[in-house]
Ligand binder design. Structure first.
Ligand SMILES: Cc1cc2nc3c(=O)[nH]c(=O)nc-3n(C[C@H](O)[C@H](O)[C@H](O)COP(=O)(O)O)c2cc1C
Length: 473
C-alpha cells in the first residue's frame, strides 16, 4: 500500500485534493497568522485566574534515558531544555514519571521519590531557564504513571506486568498464563496512596499540576476497560473510575492547591498485528462485541464517546479543568496512537493513510470539547501533518475544536517550530519530523529514545550505529 508523502503537497489545493480522495474530513487554514493577534498566540485563562501564554503544548515524551535509580541523565536534561526552548507555554507532564519502582515501563524511566526530588526540581528549572521570554505564563506539569501491564522495571526485555483483569488478546500477545495473578483491591488502595505521596512531592518540587495518566494501555487506562473485574474497581463506570476519584480525594486532602489534569485515551481499538505483507490488521474475534476498548462501540474498530463524555463530566465534577486527549496504545495499536508512515520495529505497516489517524484524533477531541467547552482541552497526534501542522493547528484552535495543539515527536526534531510559527518565520523544512519511528524503535531495542534521523546530536551517538545494525536484522 503506498500513501502520498505529506512533503509532496506543495499547495493547499494539493492537500485538499488528496484529503478528498481519501474521504478524510480535515479542515485547515491556508495561511498561517503570526504576531500577538494570531489564534495560536492567544493566552488561555484557567478558572483560577492563571494565564497560559499561547496555544502550543508540549506533550509528554519519555526518553528511556534516566539512571536506574530514577534520576534524570544529561539526555533527559537536554530534552527538557528543548521543551522549554520550543516557546510552547503549556508543558503537559514533561514525561511519564513512575510513582514507585514496580511501575516503571523500563529500568530507565524517571521515578518520583525523596531521592530524585532535587533532580526533578533541577529538570524543571532547566526547562524554565531555556524558555524564551517571560515564565509567569508558562505552565509545567508532571505526568504521574504506573505502567501496569507494560511494566518492565528491572530488565528492558522482561515484562513484569501488574494487571487488573485477564484481557483475552493482550494476555495472549504478551504471553501471560491464565492463572497470572491480578492486582488485589488492597494492592490498588496502596497504589492510590503512592500516587498521593508522589503528587505531594511534585507540588513541593514546584510543578503547577500533576497529570494522573489514563492513557496508552498503562494502569490508569486499564481501569477504564476493566468491565470484567469483580469488586470495587471493576464492572460499572463508577467502579472503573474509583481509582481516579480516590487519588483526587487524596491529593485534595494532602496537597491542597495543586492543580490536576488527566491525559486520556478517549478511544481504543482491538489489538492489531502484522498481517499479509506486514500490513496491520485487527486480531480476529468471535462473539457479539469487543468489550475491552474504552470509548469503543463494540466492533473493535468503531468509536462511541458516551463513556469518555461521562469521564469528562466526572473531571468537571471533581473540579479538574484540564484534559489532554489521545487514543489507543503504542503497544497494540500504534497507528491510531501516533500515526506514522514508517512503523516502529514492533509495529506493522500502516493499515490506513496516517492522515486518517490524525483526523480521527482531531475529530474525537473536537466532539469532547463540544461536550465540555468549560474544560481546557489539548489535542494530540499532529506531528504527521509535517509542513501542514501549523495550518491544521491554527484552524482547530481558531474554531474552538481544541484549546491547545499538543506536539509530541515534532518537538524531538524541531522544538522551535512553535516559536517560528508565532514569530512568522518560515519553517525549517530540514528539521521537520517525517515519522521514521526511530524514537519508538530505539527504546524497543533497549536504546535511548531521540530523533536519530534528523537531530545531529543523536545521529552522532554510538547508539545510532547500534540502531542501524539492529534495524538491518
Ligand atoms: C518516544 C516517545 C515517547 C513518548 N512518551 C510519552 C509519555 O511519557 N507519556 C505520554 O503520555 N505519551 C508519550 N508519548 C506519546 C506522545 O505524547 C504523543 O501522544 C504521540 O507521539 C502522538 O503525538 P505526535 O503525533 O505529536 O507525536 C510518547 C511518544 C513517543 C514517540
Amino acid at each position: 500500500m503506498t500513501y502520498h508523502r505529506v512533503a509532496s503537497f506543495k499547495t493547499a489545493g494539493d492537500l485538499h485534493a488528496y484529503l478528498a480522495q481519501l474521504h478524510v474530513d480535515l479542515a485547515f487554514d491556508p495561511e498561517i497568522e503570526s504576531g500577538p493577534g494570531s489564534p495560536l498566540a492567544q493566552p488561555y485563562r484557567l478558572p483560577d485566574g492563571l494565564t497560559i501564554g499561547n496555544r502550543f503544548c508540549v506533550l509528554p515524551m519519555e526518553g528511556w534515558d534516566g539512571a536506574t535509580d530514577g534520576r534524570p541523565s544529561e539526555l533527559t536534561f537536554r530534552r527538557w531544555q528543548r521543551f522549554g526552548k520550543s516557546g510552547a507555554k503549556l508543558i503537559w507532564g514533561g514525561e511519564a514519571v513512575a510513582v514507585r519502582p514496580d511501575g516503571r515501563a523500563n529500568p530507565n524511566q524517571l521515578m518520583i521519590n525523596e531521592h530524585t526530588l532535587g533532580d526533578l526540581i533541577a529538570l524543571r528549572d532547566a526547562l524554565t531557564a531555556a524558555h524564551p521570554g517571560a515564565c509567569d505564563d508558562l505552565l509545567i506539569g508532571l505526568q504521574l504513571t504506573h505502567s501496569g501491564r507494560f511494566a518492565r522495571p528491572n530488565d528492558k526485555k522482561r515484562l513484569e506486568p501488574l494487571i487488573l483483569y485477564h484481557h483475552p488478546w493482550l494476555d495472549r500477545k504478551f504471553g501471560l498464563p491464565a492463572d497470572y495473578p491480578l492486582m488485589t483491591d488492597d494492592e490498588v488502595a496502596r497504589l492510590v496512596n503512592d500516587y498521593v505521596i508522589a503528587a505531594k512531592q511534585a507540588q513541593r518540587a514546584g510543578f503547577c499540576f500533576v497529570d494522573i495518566k489514563h492513557c496508552h494501555g498503562y494502569l490508569g487506562h486499564e481501569f477504564l476497560s476493566a468491565v470484567d473485574r469483580p469488586g470495587r474497581y471493576g464492572g460499572c463506570f463508577e467502579n472503573r473510575t474509583r481509582f481516579l476519584r480516590e487519588i483526587v480525594a487524596g491529593i485534595r486532602a494532602e496537597a491542597p492547591g495543586l492543580r490536576i489534569g488527566v491525559r486520556l485515551s478517549a478511544f481504543d481499538f482491538i489489538p492489531f498485528c502484522a498481517g499479509a505483507q506486514g500490513v496491520g490488521e485487527p486480531e480476529p474475534f468471535e462473539g457479539p462485541t469487543y468489550r475491552y476498548a474504552f470509548g469503543g462501540d463494540g466492533t473493535g474498530q468503531g468509536i462511541d464517546l458516551s463513556e469518555p463524555k461521562s469521564f469528562l463530566d466526572l473531571l468537571a465534577a471533581l473540579d479538574i479543568h484540564m484534559a489532554c486527549i489521545t487514543g489507543g496504545s503504542p503497544y497494540y495499536v500504534p497507528h491510531i496512537q501516533r500515526p506514522a508512515l514508517f512503523p516502529p520495529s514492533d509495529g506493522y505497516l500502516p493499515p490506513e493513510d496516517p492522515l486518517m489517524g490524525v483526523a480521527r484524533q482531531i475529530a474525537v477531541t473536537a466532539a469532547l470539547k463540544q461536550h465540555r467547552p468549560d474544560l481546557l482541552i489539548v489535542g494530540s497526534a499532529y506531528s504527521y501533518l509535517q509542513e501542514w501542522l501549523p495550518n491544521v493547528a491554527q484552524h482547530v484552535v481558531r474554531t474552538g475544536q481544541a484549546d491547545f495543539a499538543g506536539l509530541g515527536r515534532m518537538v524531538l526534531t524541531y522544538p522551535e517550530m512553535c516559536a517560528d510559527v508565532l514569530a512568522g518565520h518560515p519553517l525549517q523544512r530540514k528539521r521537520i519530523c517525517r515519522t521514521f519511528s526511530d524514537c519508538t524503535t530505539a527504546p524497543r531495542l533497549g536504546l535511548a529514545s531521540g530523533c536519530y534521523p534528523l537531530d545531529e546530536f543523536y545521529k552522532n551517538r554510538p547508539d545510532a550505529e547500534q540502531l542501524k545494525t539492529a534495524k538491518q536484522h
